[in-house]
Ligand binder design. Structure first.
Ligand code: ADP
Length: 594
């Protein structure tokens, strides 16, 4: 387990100074409580009642400085000031320790969260498609939080508490040596060591419960996320009751598993206190049988009590650590996912390509078993507009997804201007492609910024020019704040056609030589479709275009048609040729269902 934690210690490197200060203040605070307080009881308080108990060297100094009749007063005031002094030192050190530990913990948390988030950006699409979004969010937010709490508490207590324990043990040893009570000391150490067992026992159970609790929380988040993103469906299918029932079932399960963790957590302290009470009881008997003085017993008992307190806290830390371990495993799951589509070490610079695209004997499978594309060979010269048609599930979208290298081909190769996509960087490849999909994603930002995504850094004039070409200008002008109108999540507040136009404006602005229109107009009514079609007609000019077509009207502008069936291209030609030579195409065309 510690190995897993060490992996995160690199994040402490830039925070070394506050971290060391935090540890040092922890040491001071623990020495003040572990040694300072029993020492007060043993050395300082008795002096107040009997001045002769003053250590001789202090007595010598005082006698020289103070008149004999005022000696008692001075000793009393000094003794009374020592306690607040010890407490102040302890208080200040505890504050610095707590503040800096929280600071270091939060910084570490930020780094871990950033690392996990950045890693998610790099991971292939196939990873994201296989994961529940809500669960990933839970890993990013609550699991990092747990790890942070673990790291903070560990760095806080792992020095402070053992130091307190060692100080208290030292005092116990000192007391035993002073009163020659080694056997009393040994029997007490036996009781102290007994307390390790419940810590270990509860810790082991904690990790299992924490692991399950975090998984449950991930499931809850996944259901909540899915629900919040599908409010239309929930209403139209009257799913509210069913959704609430699912949510309740999950939260019930979460509570049950959490309560088990709470049980172990709450059990630990009373069990430890029980062991402590046994120890004290035994001490009382032993002290009595060896005829120990009351004052010696009191400082023995204080030191013993001081031993149990850090053990109790260490036990709680151990539990926290076990909880963090479960979260760490869930975070490592993200961090350990390999980027199975890395960029080459010496990539071929693509620059702005002309737009020739070729597939050479490409086969592809999502799951490594079932082939979705088989032996695809096709050359598309720059500027050609190609429609991909075929029955649903034939592989058209998959074919289009291989051009921006969203997935890696299983065999064969895809080329852009003759360069194998795997020899260039993904960023270079994708900078040459504009994608307009069926339901374009609108980010939580203004209209102008949503368009500017096409070319980050473009001037407002450039953005507005593209917006005009895509007919965004008219509806943007009608909004109260024009182009600066904020769009809500997923572009709510824009019609389907308007979202499409924003996406088309992005593509105009990006001005990439290759264009993929993925069922771009399939979700629109025919009036909006006709209007969008006009903008698309302008957009395709001079660009190699792939249209994943579901409707006949959208392939009107295609110069060439590829007919897909069960992962193969079974025909390739113009509409007139194919209508005569390809029965599948004729059938689809006649049914108007392509
Ligand atoms: P089309 O666009 O022609 O309707 P697709 O390329 O979307 O077809 O799908 C081809 C096949 O691949 C289908 O059997 C589909 O179920 C499967 N498929 C599509 N996307 C994925 C995915 N992300 N993961 C696994 N299988 C997929």
């Amino acid at each position: 387990m510690m190995k897993q934690f060490f992996r995160f210690l690199v994040y402490l490197k830039p925070l070394l100074l506050p971290f060391i200060l935090a540890l040092l203040s922890g040491v001071v605070a623990s020495a003040a409580s572990g040694f300072g307080i029993p020492m007060m009881i043993d050395k300082v308080f008795p002096v107040v009642f009997d001045n002769s108990k003053l250590p001789p060297f202090i007595q010598d100094i005082l006698v020289e400085m103070v008149a004999p009749d005022r000696l008692h007063m001075v000793v009393l005031i000094t003794a009374c000031l020592i306690l607040p002094l010890v407490m102040t030192i302890r208080g200040v050190a505890t504050f610095i320790n707590g503040y800096l530990t929280a600071f270091v913990g939060m910084r570490v948390l930020e780094e871990i969260r950033m690392k996990a988030f950045s890693h998610l950006q790099m991971l292939p699409l196939s990873f994201h498609e296989s994961q529940k979004k809500g669960d990933l969010i839970s890993r990013l937010l609550t699991d990092t939080q747990n790890v942070q709490a673990g790291i903070t508490q560990v760095s806080n207590d792992l020095i402070k508490q053992p130091m307190t324990l060692v100080s208290a043990l030292c005092f116990l040893g000192y007391q035993a040596a002073k009163t020659s009570q080694t056997s009393v000391l040994l029997s007490n150490l036996f009781f102290v060591s007994l307390s390790i067992w419940p810590i270990y026992f509860f810790g082991k159970r904690m990790v299992e419960k924490a692991r399950r609790a975090q998984k449950e929380l991930g499931d809850i988040m996944a259901v909540a996320q899915e629900n919040l993103c599908s409010q239309r469906e929930v209403r139209s299918y009257g799913m509210q009751g069913q959704q609430v029932a699912i949510f309740r079932q999950l939260t019930e399960r979460f509570i049950r598993i959490q309560m088990k963790a709470v049980k172990y957590k709450q059990f630990l302290v009373p069990v430890l206190e029980g062991v402590c009470a046994l120890g004290l009881g035994y001490l009382l008997v032993r002290c009595n049988s060896v005829g120990m003085k009351e004052s010696d017993f009191m400082s023995f008992a204080t030191a013993l009590f001081m031993c149990y307190d850090p053990i109790k806290r260490l036990g709680m830390t151990y539990n926290r650590l076990k909880q963090a371990q479960a979260s760490l495993e869930r975070l490592n799951f993200i961090l350990d996912q390999p980027d199975n589509m890395p960029d080459p070490e010496n990539p071929v610079p693509l620059g702005k390509v002309k737009g020739n695209v070729s597939f050479r004997d490409v086969s592809f499978s999502y799951d490594g078993k079932h082939k979705v594309l088989e032996h695809i060979n096709v050359d598309v010269p720059a500027g050609q507009v190609v429609a991909l048609v075929g029955p649903s599930g034939a592989g058209k979208t998959t074919f289009a997804s291989l051009i921006p290298r969203f997935y890696e081909v299983s065999s064969g190769s895809v080329h852009m201007d003759g360069v194998d996509l795997r020899d260039a960087t993904k960023a270079d490849v994708r900078s040459n492609i504009s994608l307009v999909s069926q339901s374009p994603f609108i980010f939580r930002n203004s209209i102008i910024e949503n368009i500017r995504l096409g070319k980050p850094g473009a001037s407002d004039e450039e953005v507005i020019e593209s917006a005009k070409k895509a007919s965004v200008h008219d509806f943007a002008q009608q909004k109260e704040q024009g182009y600066y109108t904020m769009l809500a999540d997923y572009g709510d507040g824009l019609s389907g056609g308007q979202k499409q136009r924003v996406a088309i404006a992005r593509a105009f602005l990006k001005d990439a030589p290759i264009l993929i229109l993925d069922e771009a107009t399939a979700s629109l009514d025919s009036e909006s479709e006709n209007k969008i079609q006009e903008e698309l007609d302008k957009l395709v000019v001079g660009r190699t275009t792939f249209i994943v077509a579901h409707r006949f009207s959208s392939i009107r502008i295609a110069q060439r048609i590829l007919v897909f069936e069960s992962g193969r291209i079974i025909a390739d030609g113009t509409h007139d040729d194919l209508y005569v030579s390809c029965p599948l195409y004729k059938e689809l065309y006649d049914k108007q269902s392509i």
